[in-house]
Design a protein around this ligand. Structure first.
Ligand SMILES: NC(=O)c1ccc[n+]([C@@H]2O[C@H](COP(=O)([O-])OP(=O)(O)OC[C@H]3O[C@@H](n4cnc5c(N)ncnc54)[C@H](O)[C@@H]3O)[C@@H](O)[C@H]2O)c1
Ligand SMILES: [Zn+2]
Ligand SMILES: [Zn+2]
Length: 388
């Protein structure tokens, strides 16, 4: 439940953002409009926090999963977690970022102190995860409020939950310092945004979890923003055969254009006996996970990145795992240390080795976010980016 508070405090500003009002709305979302663009009140940044003016925000399946209820989160929630922008103000205790600097948002802050944070990115931060599940910032509590019942004149305000410490489908956000990584002034806003989720997650799954050698073969199953980013990173870093797998012809066409040696449907890949030592599943469906396991070579590693519904189960053969000495590993946030890995992907982009612009299938404005969710649910887009 949202706690009501009253009055407007010094330093609060009015922003516009897309708030998810209810979970499980019927399709098409263009008609049921589960996300409602509205004015909200945003607190000034507290200690260790930043106020960021958002430049761009990508639509990721993990946003859709909150809308359709596959990831249950508290509502009302201001969605969006793949965003980038310019710092407008800093709270106390922020010594290393100044107004005017540009930042990429990261959807899981790292506290830097818990046992999980000492695993070089392998495990998600436990404190960050708890804050994300509660819809709060890492420092505790919520900085987003709105008039109760949408009455603009009311003095009573109710809290709105943060999405993954970011809430990037908005003109501005207050975020924890540990939810951002600085980015160069030369990086276009859309590219900066996708670095924060699609590239960190998909690319990180390749370099940190699958870890192919420079000549190893790689297979990517599921070619949305995350899988397509994994494909780009694999193409940039290995000279082995890179195979892209998806059910959608349009995704296979794009994958070929982006340098995949082969682009196949799951059925074709299995019939052709295609296998690789490094396989990344980025579809979020148990059938795709089963495909990824079947396409993994003896001694190889299957990395699962997708986030299917909590009750979804997969069927795999334990015998094959034993007999072929195989590994299956899950990867959240690209098993990454964002402050180390985002600059690495940024530099590959700068050198022309990672054409991240190709991940952006179109730009939309905030008022069309529900239509964007429909296109995402239909599998028609790689990354749609909201520009502010
Ligand atoms: N682990 C993490 O940290 C993390 C971060 C971001 C996203 N995710 C998850 O990763 C998944 C991918 O995200 P996205 O935004 O790229 O999604 P998306 O919806 O844009 O793309 C998914 C792709 O998978 C394809 N697909 C679906 N079923 C398939 C199957 N059986 N075989 C092959 N391909 C299939 C679809 O056609 C689509 O192209 C989602 O589950 C998302 O929630 C995980
Ligand atoms: Zn995401
Ligand atoms: Zn931690």
């Amino acid at each position: 439940m949202s706690a009501a508070s009253s009055g407007s405090r010094p330093g609060q500003i009015t922003i516009r953002g897309a708030v998810l009002e209810r979970i499980g709305a019927e399709r098409p979302y263009a008609r049921s409009a589960p996300l409602r663009v509205q004015e909200l009140t945003l607190d000034p940044p507290g200690p260790g926090e930043l106020l960021v003016r958002i430049e761009a925000a990508g639509l990721c399946h993990s946003d859709l999963s909150v809308v359709d209820g596959n990831r249950v989160r508290p509502v009302p929630m201001l969605l969006g977690h793949e965003s980038a922008g310019t710092v407008e103000a800093v709270g106390s205790e922020v010594g290393d970022i100044a107004p005017g600097e540009r930042v990429v948002m990261v959807f899981l802050p790292r506290c830097g102190e818990c046992a999980e944070c000492r695993t070089e990115g392998r495990l998600p931060c436990s404190r960050g995860t708890a804050a994300n599940n509660a819809g709060e910032l890492l420092g505790g509590g919520r900085r987003l409020h709105r008039s109760v019942g949408g009455r603009t004149s009311a003095s009573a305000l109710e809290d709105v939950h943060h999405h993954l410490g970011v809430s990037g489908f908005a003109t501005h956000a207050v975020v924890d310092r540990r939810s951002v990584v600085p980015i160069g002034a030369d990086v276009p806003a859309g590219v900066a945004a996708v670095l924060g989720c699609a590239v960190l997650t998909g690319g990180g799954a390749v370099v940190n979890a699958a870890r192919p050698g420079p000549e190893d073969d790689v297979i990517i199953v599921g070619l949305g923003g995350v899988g397509m980013a994994a494909l780009l990173v694999a193409r940039a870093l290995t000279s082995g055969t890179v195979t892209a797998v998806d059910q959608q012809e349009s995704k296979l066409d794009l994958a070929r254009r982006l340098g995949a040696d082969r682009a196949l449907t799951p059925q074709q890949a299995e019939e052709d006996g295609v296998r690789a030592g490094a396989v990344v599943e980025a579809a979020g469906h148990p059938r795709a996970f089963e495909t990824a396991v079947r396409l993994t070579a003896p001694g190889g590693t299957t990395v699962t990145v997708g986030l299917p519904a909590p009750g979804a189960l997969a069927e795999i053969s334990p015998l094959v795992l034993t007999a072929e000495a195989r590994t299956i590993v899950g990867s959240y946030l690209g098993s990454a240390v964002p402050s180390r890995d985002i600059p690495r992907f940024e530099q590959l982009w700068r050198e022309g080795r990672l054409p991240l612009e190709e991940l952006i299938s179109g730009t939309i404005d905030l008022d069309h976010v529900n239509e964007g969710m429909d296109r995402l649910a239909d599998g028609l887009a790689v990354r749609q980016v909201i520009e502010f």
